[in-house]
Design a protein around this ligand. Structure first.
Ligand code: ADP
Ligand code: ADP
Length: 226
């Protein structure tokens, strides 16, 4: 079964902008899908629709067989953005545990889960550090750890490495691939305007074009993992 399904989705914003026209998507378990295209082609709109943050004007969207809003409530999805929204006065560990606290997970279990994901991103020695003591790349690793802590089926990443220098970006790309292979089954949806990044990371690349936003081309990368 498809984990993410968009059938003939149109999105017209209330000011009349046609952001997406006839977008269909079928995404399965364990895929790594990138969305590439110029500014305004509708990449963020696709993400907002999948996240349940805005409604489609026409068409049908199913996430794990549920409406996006329902899938969101069930914590099937987690998000990573470029401007990692870490709480500055909370330790790395507390930042990672926060979504688990909100879901009422007992403290012992939260600490175990934080240890697991901080190990996964190579930050187990930094659990007591404050975000401002960390480099940009390390803050991004904390954001990724926080997203993984809720064991999402879908990891949505919107230009996560856009603000990092080239060396850090390449390191994190490789780390993300390793994490994706270890978190068996998880599907990653990744927005970037960097074609090289998309091809390096993905099993499939969705090439989008603007005015109106649509998927112009879909490219399977034959030599990609897994
Ligand atoms: P919807 O049609 O889904 O209800 P709205 O048109 O009400 O969405 O806009 C949602 C939010 O996005 C508003 O706060 C609005 O200010 C903001 N917004 C408006 N135009 C743009 C734009 N071109 N790009 C990004 N955000 C915008
Ligand atoms: P991308 O992420 O590829 O830059 P977006 O999905 O943000 O593209 O935007 C697609 C189109 O929809 C653009 O023309 C943008 O200005 C417009 N848009 C995005 N959000 C809103 C909004 N809330 N209200 C009105 N127009 C919007």
């Amino acid at each position: 079964a498809d984990w993410v399904q968009l059938n003939h989705v149109n999105k017209v914003y209330s000011n009349g902008t046609v952001a997406l026209q006839d977008v269909s998507l079928h995404i399965k378990e364990n895929e790594f899908i990138s969305f590439v295209g110029p500014s305004g082609c509708g990449k963020s709109t696709v993400f907002k629709l999948i996240a349940g943050l805005t409604e489609a004007t026409d068409g049908d969207i199913r996430i794990m067989g549920m409406s996006p809003a329902h899938a969101r409530k069930q914590s099937e999805m987690a998000f990573v953005f470029q401007d990692h929204t870490l709480l500055p006065w909370c330790s790395v560990e507390d930042n990672v545990m926060l979504p688990l606290s909100l879901r009422g997970m007992p403290k012992k279990q939260r600490l175990e889960e934080a240890a697991r994901v901080l190990e996964l991103v190579g930050l187990k020695d930094y659990k007591k550090a404050l975000p401002r003591m960390l480099s940009g790349g390390m803050k991004m690793r904390v954001s990724i750890a926080r997203a993984l802590a809720s064991r999402p089926k879908l990891l949505l990443m919107d230009e996560p490495f856009g603000a990092l220098d080239e060396i850090t970006r390449q390191t994190l790309q490789q780390e993300l691939l390793d994490i994706w292979q270890r978190e068996k089954g998880m599907t990653v949806l990744f927005v970037t305007h960097n074609v090289f990044e998309a091809v390096f990371l993905s099993t499939r690349v969705m090439v989008m074009t603007p005015r109106p936003g649509k998927i112009a081309e879909e490219i399977s990368i034959p030599f990609a993992f897994p």
